[in-house]
Design a binder for this molecule. Structure first.
Ligand SMILES: Cc1ncc(COP(=O)(O)O)c(C=O)c1O
Length: 276
């Protein structure tokens, strides 16, 4: 079952034009939502970010937040997904190929759900990461369909038997190929501030709120590769990875090579939140 513009269709019934600007230019934006227990997690935050992404690239947001919310709830119900993800993208629309943004074209909306289990094993044991220069554009706050640098970076991690790539700009850590990153140093949580260099992660915001409530000191400021390598704990946050510990970086073990105490505590708080 797919949501295609205003219609709920089977996948055989959906036909995307070769002139869709998403296909030519990656001219569109997207969101990935988590579904827990048949309900969409943090819908409002995702939809507000989607609307903002549209505005930043001058795509007319085709619905009100309430209208799109209602459509997504219907989609989840019709898809019978209990635990999984919801993917939603909006492209600028269909027009003959031209770099100039055409006037008066209608955005194309596509959404569907998948049954996906939580990555409990990785959350428990942690994952390996590598580092790489952040070669993306300077508007990483827009959740754009243009993900070539991200997919290349993820593949680079896989080629090095790792699971995630940590980006840095001239040594300053920004985020990862598909997640935000936090480190713990002397009991303090450090993460890059929200600006044009990172995606304002929904999970990042949820985790920082939980951490603040639990009384952990938080510093939203840039930190560098040296601080990363000296960190007591390192973890990533994201809708599908939740809070996943990093246990080695560029083949160097983080601390004792096990997920850290604060990371575990935050995972427990997150677990309580999503099951409440
Ligand atoms: C580059 C990047 N940063 C951060 C995130 C985490 O964002 P969120 O917690 O909203 O899923 C993602 C998620 O896909 C991402 O692609």
């Amino acid at each position: 079952m797919l949501l295609y513009n205003d219609l709920f269709l089977n996948k055989e019934e959906v036909h995307i034009s070769h002139e869709d600007r998403g296909y030519y230019f990656g001219d569109g934006v997207y969101e990935v939502f988590r579904i827990y227990n048949g309900k969409i997690f943090e819908t409002e935050k995702h939809l507000q970010r989607l609307k903002r992404s549209c505005e930043e690239i001058q795509i007319q947001f085709p619905y009100t937040i309430e209208e799109i919310n209602d459509k997504l709830l219907q989609l989840v119900q019709k898809s019978f997904v209990h635990e999984g993800t919801l993917y939603l993208q909006i492209t600028r629309g269909v027009a003959p190929r031209s770099h100039v943004i055409p006037k008066d074209i209608k955005p194309v909306v596509l959404a569907y759900c998948n049954e996906v289990n939580r990555p409990l094993d990785k959350m428990q044991s942690g994952i390996k990461a590598i580092t790489q220069e952040d070669i993306r554009w300077l508007r990483c706050d827009i959740k754009s369909l243009n993900l070539l640098p991200n997919t290349l970076a993820k593949q680079n991690a896989v080629n090095h038997s790792a699971e995630e790539t940590i980006f840095h700009r001239d040594g300053v850590i920004t985020e990862c190929s598909a997640s935000n990153i936090m480190i713990v140093h002397d009991g303090e949580i450090h993460t890059h501030p929200v600006n044009h260099l990172i995606l304002n992660g929904v999970t990042r915001a949820v985790v920082l709120k939980l951490a603040a409530k639990a009384g952990f000191p938080i510093k939203e400021h840039p930190f560098d590769l040296k601080q990363l390598n000296r960190a007591d704990e390192v973890f990533i946050t994201g809708t599908t990875v939740e809070i996943t510990p990093i246990i080695s970086i560029d083949q160097l073990i983080v601390s004792d090579g096990k997920p850290g105490k604060i990371t575990r505590e935050l995972q427990n708080l997150y677990e309580k939140l999503i099951t409440s």
